[in-house]
Design a protein around this ligand. Structure first.
Ligand code: CO
Length: 460
């Protein structure tokens, strides 16, 4: 029996525990050791790393990627991509998606995990196609959720579609840590029965305390790859600990391919970094504990705390129970979107609004309106037709992808940012995060100019 590991300390653990604020210099030194651990892959890029590099760390995300690649040439490097949204929440035209994939692969990415919040396959198709074309592995990720329309049969259909598209592996992406061992078993067996040759990856979080059990169940059901984080950045809202799972599974007879001593060496490097983050307050003890509210309310933890904060702002925390009861109603009206960003916020806000206004959908946010128009993609189930008509008025919903309504964006972006950029990667940074990238590129320009001045003085 074989099972392999994807290490998330550089991306998801970093993002979940410390808001992606770990600078490259903090982990650069340990990369050669990570390269020797025996991982299936190391998830190190994409998600919020890109934005955080530009916004907070004064780092060029592309340079970070090249740096990681140079220091760990053996291990496959993995990134997370939100399909047509690349790294954010708005839809980009196809030329941007394709160029982004090309440059990611060129700069060192081997595996691109691609998902869409609604599981609308049209929104991942271009990214998957381009990934395969570039010779990298496309891992199709299912945004995991439970609802009357999210049946095992429906998930299996999605997996078949992903395979058809060219995905080389399938990831069950449980971003809220809500998958139970029973669901894990049904889902993995369902996929394996229908598409036996397709490798399956399980991605979950420790948030509710289910993850260790679900991972064990996954391993026993023939899951091929699991996501874990080195112990000092594991647990709570992050992934379960790599070392613990490795020892447990090895003892059960699994060949994990991991080297215990190297894992320890790597973890010893991250321990003091974790302590620094704790001391600075960036890592909050609350992020490290188990919180079962999500299981009771069937609502992700992040969404609960958002709703609570909103109600508190409006001095209406006593309406929380009503708002929680309203969530399944709103979700049904919207055709059961998975409760992942940004849909979780949209559903949560609408539930709160419905309760506080005292009349359903009297006020509807522009995001919900865009959703009803089909700008986020196709809803998994049926949208309440009466509501849709009320919200849209004379407008008709889109029949194509939202991206089909967009003009190509690369050349326009290039013109806009002008001579601050020195390569296509810079242009992509700008297109993805205009304000942050512009500020970063301006600062870089200033630094270079200072350097030039200094070297002229030296030459004299
Ligand atoms: Co995650």
């Amino acid at each position: 029996m074989k099972i392999q590991f994807t290490e998330t300390v550089l991306r998801d653990a970093n993002q979940s525990l410390v808001a992606t604020r770990m600078p490259f210099e903090k982990f650069e030194g340990i990369l050669p050791v990570l390269d020797e651990c025996g991982y299936y892959s190391v998830e190190c890029w994409g998600g919020a790393t890109f934005d955080s590099c530009l916004r907070y760390l004064d780092e060029d995300p592309w340079e970070r990627l090249r740096g990681i690649k140079a220091a760990m040439p053996k291990t496959k490097l993995q990134m997370l991509l939100r399909g047509q949204n690349i790294l954010g929440y708005k839809h980009y035209p196809d030329d941007i998606v394709r160029m982004f994939v090309q440059k990611a692969v060129k700069n060192g990415i081997d595996i691109i995990r691609i998902f869409d919040a609604l599981n609308d396959m049209r929104n991942i198709k271009v990214a998957v196609e381009e990934t395969v074309k570039c010779g990298a592995l496309a891992s199709g990720a299912i945004s995991y959720t439970t609802s009357p329309v999210h049946t095992i049969a429906k998930y299996v259909e999605t997996v078949k579609e992903m395979k058809e598209m060219g995905c080389g592996t399938i990831c069950i992406k449980d971003m809220a840590g809500m998958i139970t061992p029973g669901e894990t078993e049904r889902l993995i067996k369902g996929i394996k029965d229908a598409v036996p040759e397709m490798p399956v990856v399980l991605h979950t979080h420790c948030t509710t305390g289910m993850a260790f059990m679900s991972i064990l169940m996954a391993a026993q059901c023939g899951c091929d790859v699991i996501d874990t984080a080195l112990s000092s950045f594991s647990g709570g809202t992050s992934q379960p600990a790599t070392e613990t799972i490795n020892i447990a599974l090895k003892e059960l007879g699994f060949d994990t391919g991991l080297d215990n001593a190297k894992l320890k060496q790597a973890n010893d490097h991250f321990k003091p970094i974790r302590d620094e983050f704790l001391a600075s307050g960036l890592l909050k003890p609350k992020a490290l504990v188990t919180d079962t509210d999500a299981l009771n309310y069937k609502v992700p933890g992040g969404m609960l705390s958002n709703m609570m904060a909103n109600l508190q702002d409006m001095n209406a925390l006593d309406r929380m129970d009503e708002a929680l009861l309203e969530i399944p109603e709103v979700r049904r009206d919207m055709g059961y979107p998975p409760l992942v960003t940004p849909l979780s916020q949209m559903v949560g806000n609408q539930a709160v609004t419905n309760v506080l206004v005292g009349e359903r959908y009297k006020n509807v946010s522009k995001e919900i309106k865009a959703y009803m128009r089909g700008e986020y993609g196709r809803a998994p189930g049926e949208i309440n037709a009466e509501l849709q008509k009320k919200v849209l008025g004379d407008e008709t919903p889109l029949t194509c992808r939202f991206a089909d309504t967009l003009e190509p964006g690369f050349e326009t972006g290039k013109k806009e940012i002008g001579d601050l950029t020195t390569c296509d990667e810079d242009v992509l940074s700008y297109v993805a995060f205009p304000a942050q990238a512009k500020a970063f590129l301006e600062k870089r320009r200033e630094k270079e100019e200072r350097k030039v001045k200094y070297s002229i003085v030296e030459a004299e």
